[in-house]
Design a protein around this ligand. Structure first.
Ligand code: ZN
Ligand code: MN
Ligand code: MN
Length: 284
């Protein structure tokens, strides 16, 4: 494990196409010293077993290039807040599998959304999320830390507000294995204005009071195509969206975040690629 905590850690979400170790090559080629992957196809319930030869190469490359931390994002289909018994059970199964895969890959963090209560009510949705997490962490006993990501708060989504996430985290029995991933695009469209220094400062204060800044392990650094408080989730290049450069400058210069790794989930198009966004973040 790399302990040079003074280095700015910036990376992007990278593809595992071909073989999982190629994700590290891709990250290195665009100057990442941290990155995020899906451990499998995120749009399917089916998955291939991890190939142990690829796993070995993945771990070797991570060490060789001093990349830390690596992050796995949960696939899209699981819904830990679902009132539908089948989907709920399957989602818990999926969470357990991803926790185990992270451990095999030596990945310290697994990011998940809290899910949608599908109209069954926020309270019961949140209780199901808590039960799902406690069951999974108990059954898959390793050191992988599960990070709850805030959402845009669209319709029946759980986890758009920091106090909801704080409530869940407080009720997870294994407190060392639960944390928070802040997505700047989701926060902004959920109603947290991060366009100025003062607002960023206030919002960090609110995170400290509801979740605890010590729980903030990763920031998904994304600008937003959609307006403030729109509850919509469309990412944009850093500085080119509705948050704008000032907001990102404020985030990147706040001392309270100086040790938190930043991972971009920004688009790739004719205006800019991942390398362009990483360069900009380092500049800021
Ligand atoms: Zn996410
Ligand atoms: Mn995100
Ligand atoms: Mn998003």
């Amino acid at each position: 494990m790399i302990t040079d905590k003074d280095t700015l850690r910036v990376g992007t979400h990278v593809s595992i196409a071909g073989s999982i170790d190629k994700a590290v090559d891709r990250a290195v080629s665009i100057g990442c010293n941290t990155f995020q992957i899906f451990s499998r196809n995120p749009r399917s319930w089916r998955m291939k077993e991890l190939n142990m030869d690829e796993v070995r190469k993945f771990k070797e490359k991570m060490i060789a290039h001093e990349i830390y931390p690596s992050v796995v994002h949960m696939p899209y289909l699981p819904n830990l807040a679902s009132p539908k018994k089948d989907l709920y059970t399957r989602s818990i199964e999926s969470l357990k599998i991803e926790l185990a895969r992270c451990n095999v890959l030596n990945v310290p963090y697994l990011v998940t959304h809290l899910g949608s209560h599908l109209g069954s009510g926020e309270r019961s949705g949140i209780e199901r999320v808590i039960d799902a997490i406690n069951e999974s962490l108990t059954e898959v006993d390793n050191e992988v830390v599960l990070l709850l990501e805030n959402t845009s708060g669209y319709k029946n989504d759980v986890g758009g507000r920091f106090d909801e996430i704080g409530y869940v985290i407080d009720r997870v029995s294994d407190e060392k294995r639960i944390g928070f991933c802040l997505d700047t695009c989701h926060a902004f469209t959920a109603g947290y204005d991060i366009r100025t220094d003062q607002n960023v400062s206030n919002i960090l204060e609110e995170i400290e009071n509801t979740i605890g800044l010590d729980k903030l392990k990763i920031i998904h650094l994304n600008d937003s195509k959609e307006e403030f408080n729109s509850k919509k989730d469309i990412h944009e290049h850093i500085g080119l969206g509705m948050i704008g450069l000032n907001g990102f400058k404020a985030i990147l210069k706040d001392n309270r975040l100086s040790k938190v790794p930043f991972i971009l989930e920004t688009p790739i198009d004719e205006r800019r690629d991942d390398l362009g966004n990483i360069r900009l973040v380092r500049l800021l």
